[in-house]
Ligand binder design. Structure first.
Ligand SMILES: [Zn+2]
Length: 256
């Protein structure tokens, strides 16, 4: 599971075992474990949907995931105790010179968070959130207006950081002072500053808040369900605790 996703022939295809989907440069070091869901027992179809084309996705889904005899580094991507070899450390240093923000991406993918949360932050950083504004730019829809305030254009900055509800969420998460918005900032700029100034634990909280705000937005857009600020925080904390418990049980079961 510590096999790298790209440029390694791990797919069950004798002609070409490598992924043919183009590799996002930040994901060069991503391992196969990162494509599984929180339980580590299933492929995460949302992530596969986002990252891979149909051919790669189908091949990956054919591969069964063993329940037993799992190696220690099964949770490699999301486990802060992962073993760093000298070689991988060196590669990382080198990468820092060749690839901008390699340290940031590595921090992000190693947060103690469910894959879907990390994936959301990653998509936001790459300006891939399907906001009204993004859909209008792609001519998918004609309406750019924020479905909440019905005044501003719904950009990713607006929905995640700037509108009043988002600001209230940052307040209850205690991170309001870490969110600084400058003119012309992209989401990536904001996230980068947060990651440079906060501890890993706080960065995880930041990711959780982003995910919660986006989920709440979707609950409203798709199901017309309104969740309060306190409800958003409580839901996020419960989700995280369930994930941590599931992970703990998983480790215990594998040791029995
Ligand atoms: Zn708005």
């Amino acid at each position: 599971m510590s096999t790298r996703v790209w440029r390694v022939p791990w797919l069950p295809d004798s002609r070409d075992g490598c992924l043919i989907t183009e590799m996002p440069i930040e994901l060069e070091e991503t391992t196969v474990a990162g494509l599984m869901d929180e339980s580590g027992l299933k492929w995460d179809e949302d992530i596969l949907q986002d990252l891979c084309n149909e051919r790669d996705r189908e091949l990956i889904l054919q591969i069964p995931i063993p329940v037993q005899n799992r190696e220690d580094n099964w949770f490699w991507l999301f486990d802060s105790n992962r073993n760093f070899s000298v070689k991988s450390g060196y590669r990382q240093l080198q990468g820092e010179i060749q690839k901008p923000h390699a340290k940031f991406w590595s921090r992000l993918w190693n947060l103690q968070l469910p894959g879907k949360v990390v994936n959301l932050v990653w998509r936001a950083c790459r300006a891939c959130l399907p906001t009204m504004m993004a859909l209008a730019t792609k001519r998918v829809s004609a309406d750019k207006v924020c479905p909440w305030c019905l005044q501003m254009e719904e950009t990713d900055i607006h929905v995640l950081f700037d509108y009043s509800f988002a600001r209230s969420v940052w307040l209850v998460f205690g991170l309001q002072n870490s969110i600084q918005l400058n003119c012309n900032d992209k989401v990536f700029d904001v996230v980068l500053r947060v990651f440079e100034s906060l501890s890993l634990e706080k960065c995880a909280l930041f990711g959780l808040a982003c995910w919660s705000i986006w989920k709440r937005r979707n609950d409203w857009v798709w199901s017309k369900v309104k969740v309060s600020v306190q409800g958003v925080k409580a839901g996020a904390m419960t989700m995280l605790q369930d994930w941590k418990n599931a992970k703990k049980n998983e480790v215990q079961n594998s040791q029995e």
